[in-house]
Design a binder for this molecule. Structure first.
Ligand SMILES: [Zn+2]
Length: 160
């Protein structure tokens, strides 16, 4: 078993924390618990951790694929990564689709189901860069217009 690097361990801990929070929430609110139960397995903390461990394995593969890109004087955050393969291979990635860009420290991750060998492609994102988090996006927020939607929300919360 390989040791996790500290940032991966921190990311894992964050997800564990969220999974626990979900479990605690279901214990408090009975009606909502039933609703969440029907949405398994996504809300199942153990299953989610298993697939998250698989995602951390993907993270290492993607980091290796990013090496030539970074050697060419790009930042990891300048990348858009496309992972293609059969749905069986990509299952864990699809389950954590929303978290992949942050976990891989890139701007976007596209997961494409197609038959055949798994391929990982790294390209420049080429959209618009957020002035706050430095990630690239297809579109930025409308106000302020130099940051992404997520940063615009964070700024609104800070100022509100
Ligand atoms: Zn941003």
């Amino acid at each position: 078993m390989e040791e996790l690097d500290p940032s991966a361990a921190a990311a894992a801990a964050a997800v564990v924390g969220r999974a626990r929070a979900t479990a605690a929430g279901t214990a408090v609110d009975g009606d909502r618990a039933g609703e969440l139960d029907r949405r398994r397995p996504y809300q199942d903390a153990d299953g989610r951790l298993t697939s998250f461990a698989t995602v951390l394995g993907w993270r290492e593969r993607v980091t290796r694929e990013l090496e030539p890109f970074r050697a060419a004087k790009h930042r990891s955050l300048d990348a858009r990564v496309t992972i293609a393969g059969s749905s069986g291979e990509l299952h864990a990635l699809l389950e954590h689709a929303e978290e992949l860009a942050d976990l891989f420290i890139v701007s976007a991750v596209d997961v494409v189901e197609q038959p055949g060998e798994v391929t990982i492609e790294v390209a420049e994102h080429g959209g618009h860069r957020c002035g706050r988090c430095w990630k690239w996006f297809e579109v930025l927020a409308t106000a302020p217009d130099d940051v992404c939607e997520r940063c615009a929300d964070a700024l609104t919360a800070l100022n509100g």
